[in-house]
Design a protein around this ligand. Structure first.
Ligand code: AMP
Ligand code: MN
Ligand code: MN
Length: 323
């Protein structure tokens, strides 16, 4: 669905523009949305641009204009253009979904394989590492200043696990190189936003790892956190990033699953695959979405039901693999 050459193609006659990302925004979502916002402010100051996101995690506070994000809508608005970045489906828009519906023109910039195209214009490249890298392709290189570069770089390192996941391509590295040339402290960006954990976050991760269970002859590992334990440690979903990635690194494991309670008998499920199993198919089956090797969904039921349902589906896929 590569439909645009440059973002300028959709800016003709646009006086107002809204930007939004997905619920529980990750580094790619925050990075791509802010990069587009900063790009518009710098290069198209005549277009009134607003950015709507759920409150980003504090680790992203080094990003310029993070304080300009609107975490709530403000009355009736009809934007000339509304753009979503890193959003895989319409019901995943976090804040300002109503503005998306009402906008004169809508554009979706994304990289989720599960994205079916919910906007009028869908620029969705499923093979590309991140929405930030997709967005980079739509921007003019000479119009990208350091603050825009830092935001895009942040998005790319988060969705590639710092250039490690298989979605990292030579183009990803060329993009990162171009961004790096603007001269920012990339080591600090990586440490501050990706690796650094609070003491409590490390404690919680340690606990989840210690209590994790191996299923299906060690091909599947499951980690979980119950509401009462989240309350005990004083953590929420935002504090739990990185746990499922650590589970995935367990020797012999094909699929890692991490679930935590987001409400009474409602679980947020994160899945990571080492390649054999397409976890996006499993997530889509349960009403979620994502990528081949990283996907998620929200499920209702007891923890045992959720684990049983997910692992049964994984087992089914493993068996089909063998056929
Ligand atoms: P996470 O496990 O939350 O880090 O998510 C991994 C990937 O799956 C991300 O690209 C998300 O956008 C996607 N994803 C996670 N949860 C859902 C969901 N409930 N619906 C659709 N996509 C999801
Ligand atoms: Mn994302
Ligand atoms: Mn992404």
């Amino acid at each position: 669905m590569e439909v645009l050459k440059k973002i300028s193609e959709v800016l003709q006659g646009v006086g107002t523009m809204g930007i939004a990302g997905h619920i529980r925004p990750d580094g790619d979502c925050v990075g791509s949305c802010l990069a587009l916002y900063l790009y518009m402010k710098k290069n198209y100051p005549q277009i009134e641009t607003d950015l709507y996101l759920e409150e980003p995690r504090p680790v992203f506070h080094y990003l310029k204009d993070i304080d300009k994000i609107k975490t709530q809508t403000e009355g009736d608005r009809e934007y000339d253009l509304f753009v979503t970045c890193d959003v895989s489906a319409r019901d995943r828009i976090a804040v300002a979904a109503e503005y998306f519906e009402k906008a004169k023109k809508t554009l979706c910039i994304d990289h989720h394989v599960s994205n079916r195209g919910f906007a009028q214009i869908n620029h969705v490249l499923g093979e590309v590492s991140s929405a930030s890298e997709v967005l980079y392709g739509l921007l003019d290189e000479d119009k990208i200043d350091q603050s825009i570069a830092v935001a895009l770089y942040t998005g790319i390192i988060h969705d590639t696990g710092v250039f490690q996941y298989s979605s990292t391509s030579p183009d990803t590295m060329r993009t990162a190189a171009k961004l790096m040339e603007t001269g920012f402290d990339f080591s600090r960006v990586i440490d501050k936003s990706f690796y650094e954990k609070t003491y409590i976050q490390n404690q919680v991760m340690g606990r989840v790892l210690a209590e994790s269970i191996m299923l299906q002859d060690g091909k599947c590992i499951v980690g979980y956190l119950r509401r009462k334990d989240m309350i005990f440690y004083g953590v929420d979903g935002k504090d739990l990033e990185g746990i499922v990635s650590q589970l995935r690194l367990t020797k012999g494991v094909e699929v890692a699953i991490f679930l935590y309670e987001i409400g009474t008998q409602v679980f947020k499920v994160s899945m990571r695959s080492n390649g054999k199993i397409d976890v996006s198919k499993i997530a889509v089956y349960f009403g979620g979405g994502g990528h081949t090797r990283a996907a998620g969904c929200d499920l209702q039921g007891s923890m045992y039901d959720v684990v049983n349902n997910i692992t049964a589906e994984i087992e089914r896929q493993m068996l089909m693999e063998q056929d």
